[in-house]
Design a protein around this ligand. Sequence first.
Ligand code: DGL
Length: 256
Amino acid sequence: MKIGLFDSGIGGLTVLKKVIRQYGNQEYFYLADNLNVPYGSKPISFLKENLVKILNFFSSLKVDIVISACNTTDSIIKITNFDVKSNYNFIYISIIENAVKKIEKTDSILLLATENTINLGAYKKFLLEKGLSDIEEKACPLFVPLIEEGYWNGQMADSVMRFYLQDSKTKYDKIILGCTHYPILEKQLKKYTNNNIVDPADGITDFLKENTQITKETGKIKVNYYITGNVKKFQDLSKKFMKDVKYDAFFEKINL
Ligand code: DGL
């Protein structure tokens, strides 16, 4: 199966890693649009035009599935009723819709996400539709630059995490990591919260299990990475994050 994933940078690797664990040897295509990172604070009109270029790119690769490994662009798709289904031949999988399936109606929630994701309100809409009433949201705009610069732990990461999470230690049933970059900080985040952490990537793998016929394949795993910005930086960070996955990685610079 040809599976495409995209994000503004390394965040979507948190989804890719879980998909690889579940399905092994497929044909993976990962687009890292790090020329335009962070998406979280860019104008929506720009991100929407850019999203069309990304989806056209995947269409040209003739992938079977495109997984939104980015909550910000998925918010745009959901809130602006962007009709992926009628315009493209691949199956588009929404991270937000599937993340919400991991939440119970009675849960109290803290959503951590980018400014755009919070402002667009797709999570809130789906959570309210599900019947939840206790929802707090916090935009954490410093997390993405921190992660893209490789500060995943240590003093800098600690003080940013303390800044965002100081008064949320035990307050909620669940914290949704509503940006695919944030699970990279998960181990450290656990120092600042006792709440259950929900990684939306688990919603994606559940969806694939329940709705597709993909089976786990053995053999050498290969990922083609397409990078719009700094290739060296992406290479270094992806190697660090994917170091426990045995696979061949190919890196190619592209212009969207
Ligand atoms: N990782 C993306 C998300 O899930 C984008 C983060 C960003 O570039 O601001 O929202």
